[in-house]
Design a protein around this ligand. Structure first.
Ligand code: FAD
Ligand code: SF4
Length: 509
């Protein structure tokens, strides 16, 4: 008897494992406390994941595979992969263990001890999901000082021959960002959205009976996320048909009446491997070819870049830099995350809206994550551990390999510039330009000082002032210091005083 372990984020029905004619193989699938408890997860994340996991088990069983599925409340469940395997090996007289490489460093470390632990042959397989090997990004940038995403992305375009005209990029340019990134027009109607309706009360009842702590809400005990490959493909087609035509254009726009906008919401389906990244890109490319009159090159290029560029790159950075990466704190920030990050109870409208949406939906789009919550956390000097903890739990798509590189790297610049060439911080100006959040805010977006001035404004200058030594030589930032240096000393002083005042009462902002 051979055991094959499948994790809840390894729902790749196209994996070559399932095409083999195997005998005496037991597929082990486990819901375990070590996974529900390593972070404080959103209830929608756990329910969507367990639902898809159970459906996948059902499909394998239908296809004739032998499955051992341990629910969280199964009396045999010892609540960790290793401890469960211990009794399963004994009970089934297993002679070999096989698993697909986990995406998380902590699981990789645990699984790599099994040969010694169980005194059995153990074989790891690729998940056949990503377009690059784990260490490909590390090799690609070998000997280079910076890990520039753009050069990795161009190489991926060439390697997979996507949007290429021979050796040149289609349309003569690699990047169409300048044409994208508009804010929504004043009278914009919310784009259509595809939500599924799965009653997951059985799972939530189980979570309650097992006393699993979660955050966020799950209106009506209904999960809106795709629960299998068929639904994932439906979501992909929905995106390509209805949202891709404006994807790039409104990629950065935010609005209180529009929560997902033209974003695909495919990250959950992809991170659980129900969809393959290349099939996502190919599907969208074929839609673009058929409808090139209303889907511009800028839209499809922007989308392709996210998947074959950013997604693969972030995963590569993770494997190139872990476990040190999770200890990096370039600015040596130490502040605690304000409690309102867990409730949305703040008078700052942009943060209130984004956090409430995250708690209600388990989702916020990239710019909400980067330029609202992430921006504030960095300006407020929050310890990156606390920021990571929040991001790792709150989103349905959150897994360390893609969460930490985005949070600690891109958003908090805690890696000192491995992922980003400069910190993503802004005053209220950016948020005002890209959203309607400021329109009904308690704070005034134009003011830098005084009671009621927008906290982003004074905290922004305070951030640059406090980190001058680390940032002033950065060529992309020098201009900010020239602006600061031209300000009258009394103005500088009052901005810094205002920032100090806000920093001392972060909890009550
Ligand atoms: P779309 O906007 O429709 O983009 C399409 C796809 O491109 C996404 O599904 C995703 O797979 C990929 N993508 C886009 N940007 C990135 C990126 N920067 N890194 C990796 N993939 C990207 N993404 C996660 O999947 N899990 C996370 O835990 C996560 N945490 C983040 C934390 C912070 C602070 C920030 C700034 C970003 C984070 N991201 C994370 C990246 C990005 O915000 C999400 O992938 C995206 O918002 C998911 O929504 P979507 O599927 O509608 O994306
Ligand atoms: Fe956010 Fe400041 Fe605008 Fe209020 S005024 S919504 S705090 S940016």
């Amino acid at each position: 008897m051979k055991l094959r372990l499948i994790l809840a984020d390894q729902l790749n029905a196209e994996h070559s494992w399932y095409k083999e004619k195997e005998s005496a193989t037991l597929y082990c699938m486990m819901e375990v406390r070590s996974e529900t408890d390593y972070a404080l997860h959103h209830v929608q994340k756990i329910t969507a994941l367990f639902l898809a996991f159970r459906n996948f088990a059902g499909q394998l069983q239908k296809a004739g595979k032998s499955i051992l599925y341990l629910r969280l409340d199964d009396h045999r469940n010892r609540q960790s992969f290793t401890e469960n395997l211990r009794w399963i090996i004994a009970e089934y007289a297993a002679e070999k263990i096989e698993y697909q490489l986990p995406d998380e460093f902590r699981l990789d470390t645990e699984f790599s001890c099994w040969e010694r632990e169980f005194n059995l042959p153990v074989q790891a397989y690729d998940t056949e999901h990503f377009l690059q090997e784990r260490y490909a990004v590390k090799q690609f940038f070998q000997g280079k000082k910076t890990f520039l995403m753009e050069s990795f992305y161009r190489n991926m375009r060439k390697q997979y021959h996507l949007l290429m005209d021979g050796k040149e990029p289609l349309g003569g340019r690699w990047n169409f960002d300048a044409e994208n990134r508009k804010s929504y027009p004043k009278k914009m109607r919310a784009p259509p959205i595809l939500e599924f309706h799965h009653d997951v009360s059985e799972i939530t009842d189980m979570l309650v009976s097992c006393n699993v702590k979660t955050i966020g809400s799950l209106p009506g005990q209904v999960s809106i996320w795709p629960s299998d490959r068929t639904e994932s493909l439906q979501l992909l087609e929905f995106f390509a048909e209805h949202l891709l035509p404006r994807f790039g254009e409104y990629q950065d726009a935010m609005h209180t009446e529009i929560w997902a906008g033209y974003h695909s919401r495919l990250s959950f389906a992809m991170n659980t491997k129900m969809l393959h990244p290349l099939e996502v890109v190919q599907h969208c490319l074929s839609k673009w070819r058929k409808r090139s009159e209303d889907i511009s090159l800028a839209q499809i290029e922007g989308f392709t870049r996210q998947i074959i560029g950013w997604r693969e790159y972030m995963r590569g950075i993770y494997w190139a830099t872990m476990p040190e990466y999770r200890t990096l704190n370039y600015f040596q920030n130490t502040n605690a995350l304000p409690h309102w990050f867990w409730s949305g109870e703040t008078r700052m409208n942009c943060l209130r809206y984004t956090i409430r949406q995250s708690l209600e939906k388990g989702y916020a789009h990239h710019i909400q994550r980067l330029m609202v919550t992430g921006n504030f956390a960095l300006l407020a000097g929050i310890h990156p551990d606390a920021v990571d903890e929040w991001y790792l739990g709150i989103y349905v798509d959150a897994y360390e390999w893609v969460e930490i590189t985005n949070t600690r790297g891109m958003s908090q610049f805690a890696d000192g510039g491995i992922v980003g060439s400069k910190p993503y911080v802004s005053t209220a100006n950016y948020i005002k330009k890209m959203s309607n959040y400021c329109d009904e805010c308690h704070y005034r977006e134009k003011e830098r000082t005084g009671e009621g001035s927008c906290p982003f404004n004074s905290l922004y200058w305070n951030f640059y002032f406090r980190n001058r030594e680390k940032l002033s030589s950065n060529p992309r930032i020098g201009m900010m210091y020239r602006v600061w240096d031209k300000m009258q000393p009394d103005i500088q002083e009052s901005i810094l005083e205002q920032a100090q005042n806000y920093l001392e009462r972060l909890e009550t902002l």
